[in-house]
Design a binder for this molecule. Structure first.
Ligand code: GLU
Length: 478
């Protein structure tokens, strides 16, 4: 099996495009097939090398290994359509279609076509291209070409046909071709149209399965007609449901659909992202939602791809990322965290021994959902004294709260508490001694120690700070 991902490098890689890449990749892996990257840069104006780099970055981050592609090479190259244009690949195929009568030179100008459209509107009938140029004699064609008249090469659409195919996701789909215009194969600037280039290349690259968004279903009659005219075997096709925002409208930037590399930079784990992306329009056979890459490869099949739109929900993605973060070892989480804090903050952290740094990271593990948030959670451990004093200066402690602080400090002095558990046990003693609930005891201690009303486990905080720091901070509050 040969699968391909064929993005146009006219913008950064985003959710919808990457989801298509993932489904092709999973299907290739599940079937021990080949995953090909083809860069569809026929739009020379809008294509940009920076976007190709961004596509590569996104694929690499997610771990979608490429078997054949522009940088990887392979037996079916070149894998960039701009290079294939230069090699004359599309000119040759267009010539074949001209010779066999399936295509013709069209000398109509954009203004001519506009007039045809206006006239159709006036008559209240749907516009279909008039095919006028196809009636020109050979002599007229040669004369027009010699004159240097701009032309496109158009495909003579089989307008008396119903074209049918079996979509791997949606079952049988039929198209009545009578209302389909003759479409452009080669534009007047000598570049191929999408429909032409995609067919020529999928055939040349021996692609067996095409998985892509359902916005391409409408292109199917044109592409299938081309396979037929070129006597080339068509691959099998599966069209994926649209990705929608939580309000069920088409996904846009407003829903958080930014470049994939932004998610990487915000501290999403690629494993979590892949897991979430796989569930956008596909579900496994069972209830389990957290699936590793290996699980996905084992379980992926096109018959479980949904037909209705898939909702992209950043909150769910964030939740899932949190689940993956919780599963990491402290060491692994620590090394990730260090990539997401600033150089200054990292220096502040390095002022503490590694055991303390790990303790702080472990204490926030259950709260953290994305790594870019980490600074907010770690501040409480590593902030400077002046930042702490700023927070605590307006806190007022009641007589009862002062008694809690005092009692705790007395017990602390006599204890050899060292670990989080030791400190939690010590707090239990305070509760018993004063006959108070946990809330009444924890709150003033947390406030006095951190200047905040909430935060990580209080036992972890107490284990983190030196006893002298604890004594000083609590003492100063009553
Ligand atoms: N370059 C096309 C796109 O990005 C490819 C579509 C296809 O997979 O056929 O939409």
């Amino acid at each position: 099996m040969r699968l391909r991902f064929a993005p146009s490098p006219t913008g950064n890689l985003h959710i919808g495009t990457l989801r298509a890449a993932l489904f092709n990749w999973l299907f290739a892996k599940a079937n021990k097939g080949t995953f090909v990257l083809r860069i569809e840069d026929t739009d020379l104006e809008r294509s940009d090398a920076q976007y190709e780099t961004n596509i590569y970055d996104g694929l690499e981050w997610l771990g979608l290994t490429i078997d054949e592609g522009p940088n990887e090479g392979g037996d079916y190259g070149s894998y960039r359509q701009s290079e294939r244009i230069k090699a004359g690949v599309y000119d040759d195929m267009a010539k074949k279609l001209l010779d066999s009568g399936y295509a013709y030179y069209c000398f109509l100008t954009p203004e001519d076509i506009e007039k045809e459209k206006e006239s159709a509107i006036k008559k209240g009938i749907p516009y279909v291209h008039s095919r006028r140029s196809s009636e020109m004699t050979d002599t007229d064609i040669q004369a027009a070409l010699a004159e240097g008249k701009p032309y496109a090469i158009r495909f003579k659409m089989m307008d008396d046909r119903v074209i049918t195919f079996m979509d791997l996701v949606r079952g049988e789909i039929r198209f009545d071709c009578s209302l389909l215009s003759d479409f452009v194969l080669m534009k007047s600037d000598g570049t191929p149209s999408y429909n032409f280039a995609v067919v020529v290349d999928d055939a040349a690259m021996a692609i067996t399965h095409v998985i892509r968004g359902e916005d391409h279903i409408s292109n199917m009659p044109r592409q299938l007609a081309l396979y037929e005219a070129l006597s080339l075997p068509a691959p099998q096709f599966g069209h994926l449901p649209m990705i929608l925002g939580p309000d069920k409208s088409k996904l846009s930037k407003r829903h958080g659909a930014t470049a994939i590399t932004d998610y990487r930079d915000r501290g999403f784990l690629s494993e979590a992202f892949m897991n979430y992306l796989a569930l956008l329009g596909w579900s496994p056979d069972g209830e389990q939602e957290l699936l590793s890459c290996d699980d996905l490869i084992k379980q992926f099949s096109l018959d479980r791809v949904h037909k209705s739109g898939a909702v992209f929900d950043v909150q769910k993605l964030t939740w899932m990322n949190g689940q993956y973060l919780r599963k990491l070892s402290v060491e692994a989480l620590y090394s990730l965290v260090m990539r997401y804090v600033s150089a200054d903050f990292s220096q502040l952290m390095q002022g503490y021994d590694l055991k303390k740094q790990h303790l702080a990271v472990a204490a926030i593990q259950d709260n953290l959902d994305v790594l870019s948030d980490v600074r907010n959670y770690l501040d409480v451990f590593f902030e400077s004294d002046s930042a702490y004093l700023d927070l605590v200066k307006d806190q007022v402690f009641s007589a009862d709260q002062c008694l809690v602080l005092k009692t705790f400090l007395e017990l602390l002095e006599q204890s050899a508490a060292d670990s989080m558990d030791d400190y939690n046990a010590l707090l239990d003693v305070v509760c018993k001694k004063l006959d108070l609930g946990k809330g009444k005891v924890f709150k003033p201690i947390r406030l006095a120690l951190t200047g905040r009303g909430s935060g990580p486990n209080i036992g972890a905080l107490l284990a983190f700070f030196e006893d002298e720091v604890i004594s000083k901070r609590l003492n100063d509050c009553y």
